[in-house]
Ligand binder design. Structure first.
Ligand code: TYM
Length: 341
């Protein structure tokens, strides 16, 4: 249940670590746009402080941050309706992140599956920032008293941890200062899978570029990747239950549904009996029709980086206006003296 004391407010973020994928688009950005149009205040961030938890070449990070801003706008986010900015320009994120690092417990961090997945057997060699990443993510959300967090399935555990941090803070300091934000995970594509292996998430860091569709891929590349997508020799059935055990087929149906604003049930009813040789060209045409205009608009926007930087700066000012009073109250609740000015 959302706390009624708090005005509904949406916050979400994406790492500017390059290769924005169809998974990021369908699982996140497309839904950011829907929420922007719902009338609730929406705040969307390029989380550069999160990106540097693993090595980022400085020039590439600058490029990727601008390109992500261009993608947000090309997908339909409007810098007037939503607050769009990069995280490092609003210092309240890092400051509250530190405080939450003192609230969160090591045991909670140890349960985070994303750290385990990223670190693998090399945990000792990972940065301390990567380990503490979820405390910064909690700060991103709670420094705005955000109540709703649209994300893909893989971020659910981090939003749940955010709720735990809010609850522990409120309990420790006998307050109800922080809300319990809700993850908003819905639609047909909350977990878009790799085109090469339907049991693995589509990911910007997969070594095979054929495993994902990048938002910057041109029409030919998108069509080629769909043509080469792994499938099975069976025709498509007439109901979703019969896709159990066919993860690649299920993934392509989900992608089609999400791109076309349909339910997977509706898609399967329309394409039942088709072989992949018939269905893949339909999916490729749809994907190209939906994604090409976005890619073209991104290229156009990247032609004027000064304008992108201006948008990010203006967004950061608006974000800081909300975040700073919340951070100041947090310091006060914790007993820190704020006597300057
Ligand atoms: P990131 O940058 O890995 O991914 C951005 C968003 O894209 C979603 N996503 C997917 N959705 C469906 N299918 C996929 N294959 C897929 N891959 C990625 C993610 O779920 C996410 O919503 N920790 C976050 C960034 C973050 C954040 C926040 C998010 C930092 N602070 C505060 C929300 C609120 C991350 O690494 O996302």
């Amino acid at each position: 249940m959302t706390d009624t004391k708090f005005t509904p407010r949406v916050f979400s973020g994406i790492q500017p670590s390059g290769n924005l994928t169809l998974g990021n688009y369908l699982g996140a950005v497309k839904r950011f746009v829907e929420m922007q149009e719902s009338g609730i205040q929406t705040i969307y961030c390029m989380v550069d402080l999160h990106a540097v938890t693993v090595w980022q070449d400085p020039e590439t990070l600058r490029h990727n941050t601008r390109e992500l801003a261009a993608a947000y706008i090309a997908c339909g986010l409007d810098a007037e309706k939503s607050i769009l900015f990069n995280q490092s320009q609003v210092s309240a994120h890092a400051e509250l992140g530190w405080l939450f690092g003192c609230v969160a417990r090591l045991g909670w961090m140890n349960r985070m599956t994303q750290f385990k997945d990223k670190a693998g057997k090399n945990a000792e060699k990972m940065s301390l920032g990567l380990y503490g990443y979820p405390a910064l993510m909690a700060a991103d959300i709670l420094v705005y008293h955000a109540t709703h967090v649209p994300v893909g399935e893989d971020q659910k555990q981090h939003v749940e941890l955010t709720r735990d941090i809010a609850a522990k803070f409120n309990h420790d300091f006998k307050t109800d200062f922080f809300p319990q934000p809700e993850p908003v995970i819905d639609g047909a594509a909350t977990r878009v899978m790799s085109l090469r292996d339907g049991t693995k998430k589509m990911s910007k860091s997969d070594p095979s570029d054929l495993s994902r569709i990048n938002m910057t891929d041109n029409a030919d590349t998108v069509a080629k990747k769909i043509r080469k997508a792994k499938t099975d020799p069976e025709p498509l059935p007439d109901n979703l239950e019969d896709l159990a055990g066919r993860p690649e087929a299920r993934n392509l149906i989900n992608i089609y549904a999400a791109l076309n604003g349909q339910k997977p049930e509706e898609v399967i009813a329309e394409v039942s009996g088709q072989q992949f040789g018939q269905f893949k060209p339909l999916l490729a045409d749809l994907a190209v029709a939906k994604l090409s205009p976005i890619g073209d608009e991104m290229t156009r926007l990247m032609g004027d980086v000064a304008e992108i930087d201006r948008i990010l700066g203006a967004g950061a000012d608006r974000a800081a206006e909300i975040a700073e009073p919340i951070l100041a109250q947090t310091f006060d609740i914790m007993g820190m003296i704020r006597s300057r000015r």
